[in-house]
Design a protein around this ligand. Structure first.
Ligand SMILES: Nc1ncnc2c1ncn2[C@@H]1O[C@H](COP(=O)(O)OP(=O)(O)OP(=O)(O)O)[C@@H](O)[C@H]1O
Ligand SMILES: [Mg+2]
Length: 245
């Protein structure tokens, strides 16, 4: 059986990579052989060797302690335009082979104790033609976790995403609120979370703080692992990944 977690969000830039990295770093610190996959990435940049690289993959590989030689396993498709993958690929004359993407995920799942798969955008982002992130989650048969914002608008985005996941038969293990800063929260944030819990019926598996970062590559993975242990329900997430609940 596949042991892993699919990380999706209510939107792009909500914190899928950051939270995936935090979970990965924590599991690595626990001595677990953790796999990471970003099956398809867009908005990729030119790396030091002149090749296009996904910054998300960089972060996930750093969190998992993986070397450069595993990049193709972690991120098989890397597109330059900062567009949804289906459109970015077409704009570059590239055909995305969805079966290959899913094959890459399965390969990582088979070769790791547990694997974190990061999606793109939100749950209905088109990966190729009409094949959506939701189709990939369904096909991989993984539980998903939904990363959400704490601020205004999040109730609507979260409730709609959870309803769509339910309609598609996708199991949401729970919700993670990103950029939750305890010293700054007001009625806005606390009532948002209360409504989200009530309207979705899903557990909140953590509220992750904003970490002061100058540059992404300066985030200490050990520090991130500590914050994940402190602010995320890592035991519960791990049980979900192992299919124990
Ligand atoms: N808790 C946090 N503390 C500090 N910075 C954060 C935090 N969460 C996210 N960020 C920063 O916010 C930006 C967006 O986060 P991230 O890249 O994780 O989003 P994403 O959902 O993966 O986006 P995409 O859809 O592009 O993959 C990044 O620059 C990231 O470093
Ligand atoms: Mg990302």
């Amino acid at each position: 059986m596949s042991k892993g977690l699919f990380v999706t969000a209510t939107d792009t830039e909500v914190g899928k990579t950051f939270i995936s990295g935090a979970i990965t770093a924590a599991l690595r610190e626990r001595g677990i052989k953790i796999g990471v996959v970003k099956p398809v990435a867009s908005g990729c940049v030119t790396g030091i060797n002149g090749q296009l690289v996904s910054e998300d993959a960089n972060f996930l590989m750093a969190a998992a302690g993986m070397g450069e030689e595993r990049r193709h396993e972690v991120n098989p498709v890397c597109l330059e335009p900062a567009l949804t993958p289906a459109v970015a690929a077409e704009a570059c004359g590239i055909t995305i082979d969805v079966a290959k993407l899913n094959g890459a995920c399965r390969h990582m799942l088979e070769n790791s104790e547990v694997t974190v798969v990061e999606g793109v955008g939100g749950i209905t982002a088109p990966i190729w033609q009409d094949y959506l992130v939701a189709d990939m989650i369904e096909e991989l048969g993984l539980p998903a976790v939904l990363v959400v914002r704490p601020n205004l608008g999040t109730i609507n985005h979260t409730v709609l995403t959870a309803a769509y996941a339910k309609q598609r038969g996708i199991k949401l293990a729970g919700i993670i609120v990103n950029r939750w800063d305890e010293d700054k929260v007001t009625l806005l944030e606390t009532s948002n979370v209360a409504y989200i819990e009530r309207l979705t019926g899903l557990p909140v598996l953590g509220k992750f703080p904003s970490v002061p970062v100058v540059q992404e590559d300066q985030v200490s993975m050990r520090e991130l692992a500590g914050l994940a242990e402190q602010h995320l329900a890592i035991d519960q997430l791990l049980q979900g990944m192992r299919g124990e609940k």
